[in-house]
Ligand binder design. Structure first.
Ligand SMILES: NC(=O)C1=CN([C@@H]2O[C@H](COP(=O)(O)OP(=O)(O)OC[C@H]3O[C@@H](n4cnc5c(N)ncnc54)[C@H](O)[C@@H]3O)[C@@H](O)[C@H]2O)[C@@H](O)CC1
Ligand SMILES: Nc1ncnc2c1ncn2[C@@H]1O[C@H](COP(=O)(O)OP(=O)(O)O)[C@@H](O)[C@H]1O
Length: 278
């Protein structure tokens, strides 16, 4: 108990019973379809990292929704991840209206502009499981209430400390700040750092402690967002998916060791999954 809050340390005991297991009879469609918003031509890496992470963690299908100009980059750089050209908000809304689309990820290198803002609002209007990271958070810095008012479905916000401050004010006590933010926004808030705090609007608080320092590397947060999205796409509840993603993310970094770059994280997933699914 800290300051009237009960805070649990993250461990598979908290979420293993709801971790998605592929069914023997199922097809890829039974494992969910995640749609990741791609960044523009000059900033495709973050969405690519996230999309591959979502696939690696078990989503049956992952598509990157991209503008026509950047299609060539995504299609040549990715194989198992699919690409869908999205010219405008209406096309994005149509894409995610497919009942087989089960989760969306918005924000990694999307750009801080009206397009990102409108597509985030479109994603939230679809009322599907949704992860909002990076620019999907920053783009609402002047109008956080507009974002909070649009959150009516299972949503995870994954800010680093700087992004957190843009919506909620400076972080003081990390657990109390994350809990306050979850209550204010109506979303699960995953506040990243060495100790990552995951808090829900109904008062649950979990801390994933002592991630190795080499996890603080460019693109690592994009991989984390992809893990959470891939788990939610498979139907895992939003809080449990956020906790599982944070735990797996840190364990992948621990397993790889120093010298890690973001691309290395997903290679550690299969051995962790073998243990978790046993
Ligand atoms: N390979 C890629 O294409 C990558 C693209 N990225 C994208 O680059 C854009 C900028 O991302 P940034 O994460 O630099 O964010 P921002 O540029 O939005 O914010 C960074 C600023 O926030 C402040 N800050 C405070 N606490 C911080 C913390 N704990 N970690 C980081 N910054 C903190 C610092 O003043 C820092 O200058 C985003 O669109 C992001 O998705 C990054 O994800 C890195 C990898
Ligand atoms: N000192 C630290 N020790 C361990 N992990 C850290 C530390 N600082 C940040 N991290 C982790 O590194 C990741 C960085 O994510 P983020 O800030 O979104 O970077 P990016 O936008 O480059 O992906 C987060 O998962 C965070 O929890």
């Amino acid at each position: 108990m800290i300051g009237g809050m009960t805070v649990h340390d993250n461990s598979p005991d908290l979420w293993r019973s709801t971790f998605p297991h592929p069914s023997a009879e199922g097809s890829k469609y039974d494992r969910g379809h995640a749609v990741v918003l791609g960044g523009p031509m000059a900033a495709t890496g973050a969405a690519r990292l996230a999309a591959r992470a979502a696939l690696r963690i078990g989503a049956g299908l992952v598509s990157i929704a991209c503008d026509p100009a950047s299609l060539i980059v995504y299609t040549t750089a990715l194989q198992a991840v699919m690409t869908k050209v999205v010219r405008d908000e209406a096309a994005f809304t149509d894409l995610i209206a497919d009942p087989r689309v089960t989760a969306t990820l918005m924000g990694p290198a999307a750009g801080v502009n009206d397009r990102t803002r409108n597509l985030v609002l479109a994603a939230l209007a679809a009322r599907k499981a949704c992860v909002l990271d990076a620019d999907a958070i920053t783009v609402f810095k002047d109008k956080p209430d507009e974002l909070f008012g649009a959150i009516r479905s299972p949503v995870v916000l994954t800010p680093h400390t700087g992004e957190f401050a843009r919506l909620f004010g400076e972080v003081s006590d990390r657990e109390a700040s994350a809990l306050r933010a979850a209550r204010t926004s109506g979303a699960v808030v995953l506040l990243k750092g060495r100790d990552t705090v995951i808090a829900t609007p109904d008062g649950r608080v979990v801390v994933n402690r002592d991630a190795p320092p080499w996890l603080a590397t460019a693109g690592s947060g994009d991989v984390l967002a992809g893990f959470a999205t891939g788990l939610m796409a498979q139907g895992m509840a939003v809080f449990e998916a956020a906790c599982a993603a944070a735990w797996i993310h840190a364990e992948c970094a621990r397993a790889f060791g120093p010298g890690l770059i973001a691309e290395d994280l997903e290679a550690e997933v299969p051995s962790l999954l073998r243990t978790l699914l046993r």
